[in-house]
Design a protein around this ligand. Structure first.
Ligand code: PHE
Length: 437
């Protein structure tokens, strides 16, 4: 029996789901920290240029391919050319690997939420990660993901995003207002926003922008391709319009998160350049000191949990949709299989800071190695492959029809040859420049 393909309940539901996917941990800790260490206000200019040129093109391409072929990446590639089918596996592996450690970080966030809610004091990040608790919380967020995905695209993913994205904004805005009104927060805003234009001509700034744009917009990983495939084939809404809404929301939330984080950090005389561990080491210390810190801290970690959850389900849905579309799995089997594999693959990351410290390369924890290998290089490679297969081999007329349908602003045919060459060159340039520095 051929089953009807699942679909979004409404276009708004789709847009909110895509915003939920884009807005994640990458916006709340990664973006502010990257801006702060790469030229402040000047980096914002670079980033905006990259996001609205490169990011927008990529998003459009992925959504268009998904809507056109009504299937996830393997079957879509197969429909473009039979021999391309298995190349899609590369993207599946990259997304899966990223999700495996993304869930570990999300588990840490869940634990920190519980720690703030219960007002447990004195547990440093080091002592927390060296226990078995990161494994429990990893399993907990894995099960939450499993539950949502099992409910299906419109009853699970769409519902949770509709409520999640709005709630997220409802928490972020007052938290930012509290942070900005703290004494000493001006120094943070100065650090965050004072432009240092010397970084503007540094190729590294541009490659960092491209990397951040990929990660933050959820592009290049077949995730938006799958989301686009749940838009009906005949859907008439402009993908350009939807993409612009998604991107503006993503950038606005990331920018606001930066205002919040740097106000908190500088108002408390903390060091802003601690990278990954900033939210786990510095923020809890700030909350224990401040008035109503318990409440503010719980709101902060709940915000992160929500943002991360709506992103992780989008990554989870990707391999599930591949198993359903290409291997004819039922949703139940596909979801169970992905969850079981994620548990196995994510376990080393969950244990990577513990006393069982599983070391892969030198003294680097597995989680960091995975982030480097898949989160930085894997995404870039899978993104390049995606552009090459779609922009070079898809029927040009069909592609343009998809991209321009329902849109007042039309992408001209001459844009395709430019995209075809420019996108892969830019991405590969970014990887090489990062490898060289
Ligand atoms: N965009 C998400 C974030 O900013 C991460 C993500 C990447 C989600 C790729 C889905 C696909 O955290």
């Amino acid at each position: 029996m051929i089953q009807q393909r699942e679909q979004w309940g409404s276009n708004l539901g789709f847009i909110l789901a895509a915003v939920g996917s884009a807005v994640g941990i990458g916006n709340i800790w990664r973006f502010p920290y990257i801006v702060g260490t790469n030229g402040g206000g000047a980096f914002l200019v670079t980033y905006f240029i990259v996001v609205f040129s490169f990011g927008l093109t990529f998003m459009l391409l992925e959504l268009a391919v998904g809507r056109r072929y009504q299937s996830s990446i393997l079957s879509a590639f197969e429909k473009i050319r039979k021999r391309f089918k298995w190349i899609g596996l590369l993207t599946v592996i990259v997304t899966f690997a990223i999700l495996s450690y993304y869930l570990v970080i999300l588990g840490w966030i869940l634990s920190y939420l519980v720690i703030s809610l219960l007002d447990i004091e004195g547990s440093s990040f080091e002592s927390y990660v060296s226990t078995i608790y990161p494994v429990f919380s990893f399993v907990a967020v894995l099960l939450i993901n499993y539950g949502i995905i099992s409910l299906g695209v419109s009853r699970g993913i769409e519902k949770i995003n509709k409520f999640g994205v709005l709630l997220l904004m409802a928490i972020l805005i007052p938290l930012t207002a509290i942070a900005v009104s703290l004494e000493g927060s001006e120094k943070g805003l100065e650090f965050y926003l004072t432009p240092d234009f010397t970084t503007f001509f540094d190729p590294e700034t541009w490659s960092i922008s491209i990397g951040q744009a990929f990660f933050s917009l959820s592009v290049g990983m077949g995730v938006l391709l799958a989301y686009g495939s749940y838009l009906g084939r005949q859907q008439q809404r402009s993908l350009l319009g939807s993409s612009l809404v998604i991107i503006v929301a993503d950038v606005a939330i990331a920018f606001t998160a930066g205002l919040m984080i740097f106000s908190f950090v500088f108002a408390n005389d903390m060091a802003p350049d601690q990278g990954t561990s900033l939210i786990f080491r510095v923020m809890p210390a700030i909350f224990t000191e401040m008035q109503f810190g318990l409440l503010v801290g719980s709101m902060f970690f709940f915000l992160l949990l929500l943002a991360g959850l709506t992103s992780s389900i989008s990554m989870f849905q990707m391999p599930v949709s591949v198993l359903e579309d290409t291997f004819n799995f039922t949703k139940r089997r596909a979801t169970a299989m992905v969850a079981a594999l994620l548990f196995l693959v994510g376990l080393p990351s969950a244990l990577s800071y513990s006393s069982l410290n599983l070391v892969l390369q030198g003294s680097q924890p597995v989680l960091d190695v995975f982030d480097m290998l898949f989160g930085t290089y894997g995404v870039a490679i899978s993104g390049t492959v995606l552009v090459i297969i779609t922009a070079w081999f898809m029927n040009k007329k069909e592609l343009l029809e998809q991209v321009n349908r329902g849109s007042r602003i039309r992408i001209p045919a001459w844009a395709i040859p430019i995209i075809k060459v420019l996108m892969p060159v830019l991405i590969i340039g970014a990887i090489v420049s990062q490898l060289l520095t």
